[in-house]
Design a protein around this ligand. Sequence first.
Ligand SMILES: Cc1cc2nc3c(=O)[nH]c(=O)nc-3n(C[C@H](O)[C@H](O)[C@H](O)COP(=O)(O)OP(=O)(O)OC[C@H]3O[C@@H](n4cnc5c(N)ncnc54)[C@H](O)[C@@H]3O)c2cc1C
Length: 192
Amino acid sequence: MNFNLFNLFKQKRRHKKKDESTLCLVLDSVEKLTSHATKLVFQQPEVPLYYEPGQFLTIIDEVAGKKLRRAYSLCSSPYLNEPLAVVVKRVAGGKMSNHINDHYKPGMQVEVMPPAGSFTTNYEKSQKRELFFIGGGSGITPLFSILKTVLQQEPKSSITLIYGNRDVDSIIFKDELNHWREKIISLASYIF
Ligand SMILES: Cc1cc2nc3c(=O)[nH]c(=O)nc-3n(C[C@H](O)[C@H](O)[C@H](O)COP(=O)(O)OP(=O)(O)OC[C@H]3O[C@@H](n4cnc5c(N)ncnc54)[C@H](O)[C@@H]3O)c2cc1C
């Protein structure tokens, strides 16, 4: 098994220019995944957003009179033709995560910075890789985007996932992971 994650996710020269401007996305749906985590699905913007699995959106919002910016990994995959989506998990005492979980509704406009981040890889049908992922809680979101893309795009590649959570009810993407499970060679779920 190839454990060379540094090679896999090494900093890549991106062909897109760095863009600091913000844009407005409209919320299509807001779904409670667990008692502490909400999935935000955005409507397709007029000009489709370019992103890679593993990248994140930065949500900008005013909370208690202060403009805040927080990063949320995209859990959707552009290769699977899915609408843009992120999952926001409440952090005890956290400003933005609780604000989003309490107040975001379908139809709302959300200010974001364009997708960013170099925790990505490339996908080739002929590629045969053995990938090993370890994540906990909301850390599953970028992994989920990458792993389903690999499973769909690279029939010869295989995946092992170790995923830790506090309890069964707090497992984000429990059903979705079960759906992909037959294609994942090994899925171990740990409860802390
Ligand atoms: C690249 C990246 C991707 C991410 N992806 C996701 C994702 O997919 N899903 C997700 O849910 N999160 C993700 N995060 C985390 C997310 O960006 C936020 O950090 C998280 O939601 C907490 O933000 P908050 O505003 O709710 O908390 P904050 O208000 O920033 O507070 C964070 C913690 O600090 C404590 N705190 C705040 N101020 C003080 C103080 N003055 N003194 C002492 N303690 C204090 C709070 O009580 C809380 O426990 C990601 C982060 C990064 C960097």
